[in-house]
Design a protein around this ligand. Structure first.
Ligand SMILES: [Zn+2]
Length: 261
């Protein structure tokens, strides 16, 4: 008891002699509490922030950078994290702020994130990005061979992904982009970026609707899965034996590679 009392007295002495320090401590504690509460959101924000900062280092006369673009096509809306337009190609960047070990293959339906003993699946971001490229290709009336898919993870992630398309981390993002040196796009990239900006959905309520639509789709897919119907192609889901034991997959394999989580 005596020790605690002495300790508190010392603390009170320090702070009463230095009110500035007290204020600093309060700010620091408040900030750390806020960061803990908003950690996930903050991490996401920082991830986007680092990518933006990195992309800004690209030579401005050769690369046009567009961030957080939302465009609409007949399949719905597409949210594209970052776009880099250049004569060397149009880089479509999907940012994933995931930590831990990331495992997957180019054509798998789902990839896996290992965080210690925890394992969780997420949709293959290459597939997701391919949807974005398709919608951009139809918007710009450009063949999809001019688009380059880039999946970018945070620097803290450890990546074990077999893929021919780019899967990288923030620190290596520009190196990957700068590897493309040959002229690929003949169109005026300023004109292309103008078309994208004109079609960008800036309206907040429309963006909210997009997020709602995604949630409805996930719920709908789950219901189909429960009824043993493949959400991807509509064929029957069946139990199959794989390298790592039994799993539920599409009966239309290998045409459809859907796997139930
Ligand atoms: Zn299927």
């Amino acid at each position: 008891m005596e020790i605690i009392k002495n300790f508190l007295e010392v603390i009170i002495n320090i702070y009463s002699n230095n009110p500035k320090l007290l204020l600093q401590t309060i700010i620091l504690i408040t900030l750390s509490i806020l960061i803990k509460i908003y950690y996930i959101r903050f991490r996401g924000f920082m991830g986007e922030f680092w990518v933006k900062l990195e992309l800004r280092k690209l030579p401005k006369d050769k690369y046009i950078i567009l961030n957080d673009i939302m465009i609409k096509d007949e399949n719905g809306t597409h949210q594209i994290d970052h776009l880099v337009l250049s004569k060397f190609g149009i880089f479509v960047i999907e940012m994933k702020n995931y930590y831990g070990l990331i495992k997957g293959k180019e054509f798998d339906n789902k990839w896996c994130q290992y965080l210690g003993k925890n394992k969780s699946y997420f949709l293959n971001p290459i597939h997701q990005n391919f949807g974005h490229i398709k919608s951009l290709s139809s918007l710009l009336k450009l063949d999809d061979k001019y688009f380059i898919s880039v999946i970018c993870f945070s620097n803290q992630a450890k990546i074990d992904v077999k893929s021919n398309s780019i899967v990288t981390q923030v620190d290596y993002l520009n190196d990957e982009i700068l590897k493309y040196k040959g002229f690929l796009v003949n169109n005026d990239i300023k004109e292309l970026s103008k078309i994208i900006i004109q079609n960008n959905i800036g309206d907040k309520s429309l963006r909210k609707q997009h997020i709602k639509d995604i949630h409805v789709k996930i719920k709908f897919d789950k219901e189909l899965e429960n009824n043993m119907i493949c959400p991807k192609c509509g064929n029957e889901l069946v139990e199959r034996n794989g390298k790592y034991g039994k799993f539920i997959g599409c009966s239309n394999f290998p045409k459809c590679r859907y796997i139930k989580k």
